[in-house]
Design a protein around this ligand. Sequence first.
Ligand code: GLC
Ligand code: MG
Length: 601
Amino acid sequence: MHWMWLLFLSILSTSAIRLKSDQHTKDWWERAGFYQVYPRSFKDSDGDGIGDLNGITEKLSYLKDIGMRGFWLSPMYKSPMADFGYDISDFRDIQPEYGTMNDFRNQITEAKRLGLKVILDFVPNHSSDEHEWFVKSANREAGYEDYYVWRDAKPNPDDPNKPLPPNNWLSGFRGSAWQWNEQRQQFYYHLFTAKQPDLNFRNPKVVEEMKDILLFWLDLGVDGFRIDSVGCMFEVPANENGDFPDEPLSGTTEDSEDFAYLEHIYTIDRLENVEMVYQWRTLLENYQTQHGGDTRILMTESWSNLDIIKPYFKDIQGHEGAQMPFNFRLITELNITSTAYDFKNVIDSWMAIVDDGYAANWVLGNHDRSRLGTRMGEQRIDSMAMIELTLPGVSVTYQGEEIGMTDVDISWEETVDPAGCNEGIDNYAAKSRDPVRTPFQWDDSNLAGFTNGTGTWLPVGSNYRSINVKVESSVAKSHLNIFKSLMKLRESDTFLYGDWRTIAINEQVFAIVRDLKSSNRYITLVNLGSSSQTVDAGKFVKNISKILIYAIVSGASSHNPGDSVTASNIVLQPYEAFVLEAERSVDRKMRAEICERWLID
Ligand code: GLC
Ligand code: MG
């Protein structure tokens, strides 16, 4: 055999071996698609107009069908519903309108049968004021005195009968973060609504309680947790007089009741929060050692800067925290006017904090933020999905994003979200999260197939006759079908194991190149703007084959998957986006010849 062939064969075989070992090192969650289910709005099984656990269980096969590996469930625990489940009165029970503990067990069983992982929302920062801990604490019952953050009133020289809050701290839902409690004759701190008193994480008993709650749900078979408001758990320690310092003014708004009025240097993003997450990671790892099974994972909710997010992965001493500190950058740093350069910056700067051996993740929406299509423009729904799903790492999809649901107009009378209600009639629309929480649109029947009842807790979006699972399933280039083909495509080796590169071709055209030596190359091309653009792929991809094949095209595109295009002359119509497949033609042909000649695989 010629020595050159020998060399080539050995290169072939080493690359094949590398690919194999790579496959073994990827844990189940590292390239997974996760889906966020908002229980109240996913599927109603009993006709009361409110989504429930049995409704979700009934639809788990849909999650499987669209390529999900798991889902995270917003709170379904017992709650007075002041913040729609984020105010928990029993961390170990199910909200009756959502179902029973038995319904939850059935859900876990069905999820396991389908191979779907179940992640619960863990809300450690606060409980409901109706939780028995709070009732006991307000009563100064022995052992419970310090479960919450209690402080004396500030002396009021004008009116001794009118207690003044201990300092200027603000609630994220407007106004003072301090609520007077008659019974205890003290204020308690609440970052969210007054019905969500903050737990005192400086009390070791609270830390233990929260760990016990994690163990309770692990024993029921859940696969991990999304940690709510992770950066808010610890406040600054009180000074020697027992006082908390005022926070400085931010200077960004005149409105002294708005959360943005202060710079939250004493209440948000203290390092102790991260250390708590390291402890929970250890708890999960120990649990796995004792009980076996797959890795249990943590996702953390922090909207802060990258230097705050990074330590949630790990610190320099080697402590590990969340496998997935949520990456909200595609939500917070991009908007309708962003250029291709902005896209590149936002993506590359996030990738820079993801060290080797860790996984990136991408979030395009959730129950707190304006929906993707409303935020970025409906023409960009498919292209944003293409960007998210052709980048390396984990994807997180908020229910309805895959079918292109958009924010629904909600009148003041219909508004129920405390973040909206607390703002009053003139400003509720700017803060309310109701528009993104409306019932999921399953089909074109009355009430979008969400319920058999006569009404729904929030109105159904008016576009439900065309934007729904049933109709979109039968339209070739619907948001849903494009989303599904992207989920399928990303299971291929290039997307699982390949290198990645982002390119701003000009202000308006953004590209992602994915490359794996032993496989095909793919190029995601997105026209962000309203004029057509012509691109020469040879200018930014080395040794590109002359002809490229369309793998996936956006809804408005005149192309179809399987069509081909000349690499040097790719025309993108306004807002058009596609994923192109570039065969490694030379290598492949050579390989085929060799295989035939030497009868190897
Ligand atoms: C998180 C949740 C949000 C909730 C808040 C208080 O930010 O995502 O919905 O209101 O925490 O629990
Ligand atoms: Mg119901």
